[in-house]
Write a protein that binds this ligand. Structure first.
Ligand SMILES: [Zn+2]
Length: 580
């Protein structure tokens, strides 16, 4: 261990008196009994919370839902007054802080930190004010945590063994929040909808460059969260967390989002689209944080730092509870009259803050593996410098909100996802003809390799036209004046980077289903051209401007077919329609 960490570590011990000092009978965690070297197994964690649940009236564990494979995902509530009625929490203006652990099961710092937090809160050693309710997910990625090993975090400094990043389906659960392939995600969305947490923290461990900082923090991108809530988080809550952590001896920095291994040049804030937990929750005005401890710091320090950050978060959220409720309520009201919605963002390089960065000098030396130069951080050469941090983003693409969307009832996979997000959908009471704006997919690119079980579409180009379409009884009318307005726009507008279209939910429309036999269609095409002067003219124009076309009989026949009533209108017509 580097000596400069010793004072910090000692400070952590004194600030967390329960750590390894007080014998707690059977309530000592595997992290403590191992001297900070081990993380709890799933069974150890759940058994531990069961004991707390039996012993303390302030704590209650419930099954939140299933993980892939049918394993339960649990949630542990901590409520200082012992009231676990969720409707009371809302009525009394209590703020739910949702704490997620082990979404990447190889990064278990939060699993152990949360066990200490829950126990010490139950025993009154950590004060949880009455206006706060904790909802702790002891371990989220169940398939991952059961896949325990000592190797899959090759460049992480402990614990001795841990889970694997992929879940039971080998999915990265922190990319699953729109497509929802995993049961864990379905469970989380149901829990999120039931609790409406104002604040969420997701506990992780970083990768990337080496530097002195033990704890780094992502706040959900503040411009994207937007409104008064985004301003409050960025200008008040996040700075207060940095200040509190500093008082506790932690020089926390914004997550070092620089993978060129040159953090001394500064970096941009991490921007998480809605496929990420925090990005998804921002669509519902939840303030999200991602704790990222540094992977090369000892496990015991990382867990205590995660615990201390959560303690700071509880304190600051409690202090600002009234403001948090007010800004969220104001933003939710403003959302209903908001017209323009950004769909994509890029960093605003005209603005930055300066961050005091404590790094290690990096240099290159010959590699023993390849003989070629390799990167090397010299711990004998620590340095401090001010680096630019670009935390502002600006929209690159926006869309005007429609009054409503209509989605035909057959698009089951999308409809079930909307329902899980409490989207209010009204089935049409009878077959109805409605004038709508339809998108037509003009162009798109598709990734060549699978990404989290999908071949993502991107650079989607659309045209629109007004169509009079006959909808069937039971097709869904989705009015936009509802809490899920932003979620609806970012998932149903086909050009949004995390839209259901991008995630392949509408690929059925990208293939033509019928065609024609050329020798039969020849006569029909000839007759059509005889009767349609405009079609005849446009065919001639195309022939004179396109030599290859002029020499291709089938292409000309196909041109007539595509301009005839025989051609299927649903091909490339995006099946979620806008009522303007
Ligand atoms: Zn992670």
């Amino acid at each position: 261990m580097n000596k400069r960490w010793l004072p910090l570590l000692l400070l952590s011990f004194t600030l967390s008196p329960t750590y390894a000092q007080e014998k707690n009978d059977d309530l000592t965690t595997p992290f403590e009994t191992s001297g900070g070297k081990k993380t709890a197994t799933l069974k150890q964690a759940i058994d531990f919370y069961k004991k707390l649940d039996v012993r303390y009236t302030t704590l209650q564990m419930e099954k939140a839902g299933n993980a892939d494979g049918g394993y339960p995902v649990n949630v542990v509530y901590f409520s200082t007054d012992g009231d676990f009625n969720k409707t009371h929490w809302q009525k009394e203006g209590k703020i739910v802080i949702l704490i997620n652990n082990g979404i990447h099961a190889g990064e278990p710092d939060g699993v152990d930190a949360s066990m200490l937090l829950a126990r010490d809160a139950a025993q009154g050693k950590i004060a949880i004010p009455e206006n706060i309710v904790l909802a702790i997910i002891p371990a989220y990625n169940i398939g991952g945590i059961l896949n325990r090993n000592s190797f899959s975090r090759a460049t992480q400094n402990g614990p001795e063994s841990y889970g694997f990043r992929g879940n039971g389906q080998n999915l990265d659960l922190n990319r699953d929040f729109i497509k929802c392939d995993a049961n864990e995600t379905k469970t989380m969305q149901q829990l999120f909808m039931a609790l409406d947490p104002a604040v969420f923290i997701d506990n992780h461990v970083s990768d990337g460059a080496d530097y002195q900082h033990l704890m780094t923090l992502i706040e959900t991108q503040h411009n994207k969260l937007g409104g008064k809530t985004g301003d409050f988080m960025h200008n008040t809550l996040t700075p207060s967390l940095f200040k509190d952590m500093k008082k506790m001896g932690y020089d926390m920095v914004p997550y070092v989002n620089n993978f060129d291994n040159t953090p001394e040049n500064g970096w941009t804030a991490f921007n998480e689209p809605p496929r990420f937990a925090t990005g998804y929750m921002a669509l519902f005005q939840a303030i999200g944080f991602v704790a990222e401890t540094h992977m090369l710091k000892p496990y015991q320090d990382r867990v205590i730092a995660t615990l201390d950050l959560m303690k700071c978060l509880v304190k600051e959220v409690s202090k600002n509870a009234e403001t948090i409720n007010q800004v969220r309520a104001a933003d939710r009201l403003a959302l209903q009259s908001k017209k323009e919605f950004p769909l994509d963002w890029k960093v605003d390089s005209s603005k930055h803050d300066m961050v005091s960065f404590h790094g290690y000098a990096s240099t290159h030396k010959p590699s023993e593996v390849s003989g070629l130069p390799r990167l090397f951080y010299d711990h004998a050469k620590p340095y401090t410098c001010d680096v630019p941090f670009y935390s502002d983003y600006k929209p690159t693409q926006s869309v005007k909100a429609p009054t409503a969307y209509i989605i035909p009832r057959a698009w089951n996979a999308v409809i079930s996802r909307l329902k899980r997000n409490n989207v209010d959908m009204k089935p049409l009471p009878r077959d109805t003809t409605i004038s709508v704006t339809a998108y037509h997919i003009e162009n798109y690119e598709t990734s060549k390799h699978p990404y989290e079980k999908h071949y993502l579409h991107y650079s989607v180009k659309v045209t629109t036209d007004v169509n009079v379409i006959k909808f069937k009884k039971g097709d869904f009318l989705i009015m936009l004046n509802q809490p899920a307005k932003r979620y609806l726009i970012e998932t149903l507008e086909p050009t949004a980077p995390d839209a259901f279209f991008a995630w392949n939910f509408f690929d059925g429309i990208l293939q033509q289903k019928e065609g024609f036999s050329d020798y039969v269609f020849e006569d029909k095409a000839a007759e059509m051209l005889r009767n349609d002067a405009q079609l005849r003219r446009s065919l001639e124009e195309k022939k004179s401007s396109d030599t290859a076309f002029a020499h291709n009989a089938f292409a000309q026949l196909d041109y007539v077919y595509k301009h005839s009533p025989y051609f299927e209108p649903v091909y490339l017509r995006y099946p979620v329609y806008r009522v303007e």
